[in-house]
Design a protein around this ligand. Sequence first.
Ligand code: F6R
Length: 339
Amino acid sequence: MPAWKELLALDRGRMLQALAEFPEQIERALGLACRIPNGLQGFKNAVVLGMGGSAIAGDILARFSTIPVVTVRDYEIPSWVNAETFLIAISYSGETEETLSAFREGIRRTRKAVALTTGGLLAALCEEEEIPWVPVPPGFQPRAAIAFLLFPLLKCFARFGYLRGNPDAVPDALRRLRDSCLPEKNENSAQTLAQTLFEKVPVVYGAGITSPVAYRWKTQINENAKQPAYWAELPELCHNEIVGYELAGKVFSQGMVVFLRTSFDHPRVQKRVEILKGVLSRRGLPFLEVFGEGDSPLEQALWLLYLGDWVSFYLALLNGVDPTPVQPIQELKRRLKEI
Ligand code: F6R
């Protein structure tokens, strides 16, 4: 067993603390929903503008919203955005150029708009245009602030009658997982999973509500553990990716598939997973399955998301890296600013 206690010294950016407080952050974040005025109600669809750790909130919202929600990770907004669209800009820093550009364009088409940010140019733009914005607490990495970027929206959509699921129930559902993932315990399941994925190339598979969660696993493994990882979703991958397994044994010997499962998976998806497991075994690609826990689809999806965050944290420690810094992202943003 790795010396987890010693490895924790690598966590100079205090990612462990941010992770351990996630259920309490959600409770605080639910309270921030009151910053989104009731007067914005009456929209027919919503567009979430954001990039990276901020944008993922839009993907999760989209899966639980009862009206159409599209996440836009781009400089421009879709042509159909109009006065009946709820425009939501999410940028933790408030400085992300793609999000700012799309938001500037969007508020010329709809006044039903809100931003979630710690400040920066996005907050300044909102002040200037008299658009409400939700003040997100500073001091986190954007991806570690997901509670504050997602839950005000889930709660607001629930208040407007546009949500499938009860966001208020999530903190209690996740506290049990938090307690079981803290490093004080003997080897816990997140640590065991991290060891299984150590020196592997994880390929994370989701379906429906777990599709954005699979993507979150991939990006958290990239950013926290500084490790390549990929994702795909069922049933789509059964129509293309599955063919690529043929040479996997030869060219992808480090690959490891992770199926994210819930008890709410579509019955045909369940069957597909069983068949895929057989195909993977025959092609020599190892796989594992992780099941979400909780009483509702929302709880199980967020349970899996939170578990993935823990796994990526422990994987970072095994890789000998501090989970917090994302130097290549900052370097790229710095170079773009110079141009
Ligand atoms: C860093 C992270 C990044 C940022 C992205 C956009 O932790 O997750 O993916 O989220 O570069 O920046 P923000 O969120 O400030 O708009």
